[in-house]
Design a binder for this molecule. Structure first.
Ligand code: F6R
Length: 239
């Protein structure tokens, strides 16, 4: 495990260099992406580097961590819409090689196939993660078994409240999401976790230095051999 502490802007630049190194060595790399506020600066940096020709996604495949259940890809708050707008439309990735878990509850029984598809593609080379204030990774809320594969998860009230900033009201936030499981995430060859801001300081400390427990999903990352935690000064304040 390594920990990088810097400003949010510098973190975006440093983390982006991991993608430059990977894609230049392995153009057909498999990338695991995340949504939320945290990755936005990194995505902006990747767009910039792609335009400058410093890296290309044209042979890459991507799998996203999660997607809300019950809203489709043209809904502005769907994670498909978010990814298209903040990254995929702006880079040279082939749209048909970008995958998110299905947003349809009718597909629930088939969600574990998402993990099979990832394995068939060779496994995720870099999985990007943010962290919830309650320690969730993806939508794996506290208590999710470490052995979980991609599944439908019920959002906790704290996650609904945290995500309501993107919706008209908390009532509009979907209560369920399809998410990679913790086992899926742990199968990635390397993981980048970015945490920014004072509101993440307490959970960062707990996840990094507390016991490894299903009560704190991100604590499982202590067991992964190649995780880099990119923290800004505020998120690292309690370390
Ligand atoms: C997003 C995801 C979530 C977020 C987490 C932090 O795909 O899976 O686990 O990474 O909720 O969200 P932000 O970055 O908005 O603080």
């Amino acid at each position: 495990m390594s920990i990088v502490i810097n400003t949010p802007e510098r973190i975006a630049q440093l983390a982006a260099q991991e993608y430059v190194a990977l894609l230049n060595k392995k153009p057909q790399a498999v990338l695991g992406f995340a949504t939320g506020s945290t990755p936005l600066a990194l995505y902006a940096e990747l767009v910039l580097l792609n335009r400058k020709g410093e890296l290309s996604f044209c042979e890459a495949t991507s799998y996203n961590l999660d997607e809300y259940i019950g809203i489709d890809g043209i809904h502005e708050q769907s994670y498909r819409f978010f990814m298209d707008r903040s990254l995929f439309n702006e880079i040279d990735i082939r749209m048909e090689k970008t995958f998110l878990p299905s947003s349809s509850i009718a597909d629930e029984a088939h969600l574990a196939e998402f993990d099979c598809e990832i394995e068939k593609a060779g496994g995720i080379d870099i999985q990007l993660l943010g962290i919830g204030r309650n320690g969730h990774i993806g939508f794996n809320e506290p208590g999710t078994p470490f052995a979980s594969s991609t599944h439908v998860a019920k959002l906790t009230e704290s996650t609904v409240q945290a995500n309501s900033r993107f919706f008209l009201s908390a009532d509009d936030v979907p209560r369920f999401a399809a998410t990679m499981g913790i086992k899926t995430v742990m199968h990635a060859h390397a993981i980048i976790l970015i945490a920014l801001g004072a509101e993440k300081a307490s959970i960062v400390k707990t996840a990094l230095h507390g016991p490894v427990t299903e009560a704190v999903p991100a604590s499982v990352l202590q067991l992964h051999p190649f995780v880099t935690w990119y923290l800004d000064y505020e998120a690292a304040a309690l370390l």
